[in-house]
Design a protein around this ligand. Sequence first.
Ligand code: SF4
Length: 278
Amino acid sequence: MESFSLPPKVSFARYRLRPPLIKPSKIYEMGGWVINFAIGCTFGCRFCYVDSIHKKFSRARIGDVVMRDWGYYFLIPENIDDAIKMTEWRRWRGKEVMMSSTHDAYLPQLHMWARKILEAALPAGVRINILTRSPLVERDFDLLERYKESVSVSVSIATMEEKLSRVIEPRVASPLRRLEIVSRAKERGLSTGVHIAPIFPPNRLREDLDRDLEKIAEKLSEVRPDDISAEALHVRGINMSYLEQAMGERLRLDYFEEKAREALTRAMKKYSLNFSWS
Ligand code: SF4
């Protein structure tokens, strides 16, 4: 079993993963198929909504460790190699599968397994959509390039304002570095996407919503990802209490979804970009 370092104060444990590795998504409206191979995410973004899912559904099986704060518990499977072998990958030939939905597949503690999973899934014809905030995905571009018809690489960015980014997603690469992942993936001929999410209402760290969205649109006009989608911040589980504690202020979401959508539409129009709203 590989050894790795963890951010300070993160509780670490192992669990038994039940094969197959591909499972139907249980998250909100997402649907489809997913590959998840950890419980907890060491990136610990403050807006993340996964914590409530583990607190509700994983406690009985995994134990009280999931009652710690989000970003401060992390469990990896002790049987990942067996789970890869026991997954009948060809059953999902031609199907779109997201990797991953309840953690980042390219966490520093997981990226080597992400590659092993891809090495099993891609030759079997499974179509993989990688959604990440981690530049470590670039290490696998050599492999992804060989299956470019079956792969897409997407990143999420919530803001271009560094001050806000450092508070809401303190352990991930900067927004600019994440967009660089997309540029590099494009250079390798890979299909790419950017998910603008979650869009925050005006707050002390980033007051001007329109200006922020314009900066995002300006950058996207340079990068030109194949797909752009967007989503406003929502109350999901206990994410708002983490956020408001980190930001030191209350966030007002009344009627914000419509305002965010309109502001993004204006910004994207200025740079002749299309997007889908979710
Ligand atoms: S990287 Fe994704 S799964 Fe991990 S904490 Fe951030 S939003 Fe949640």
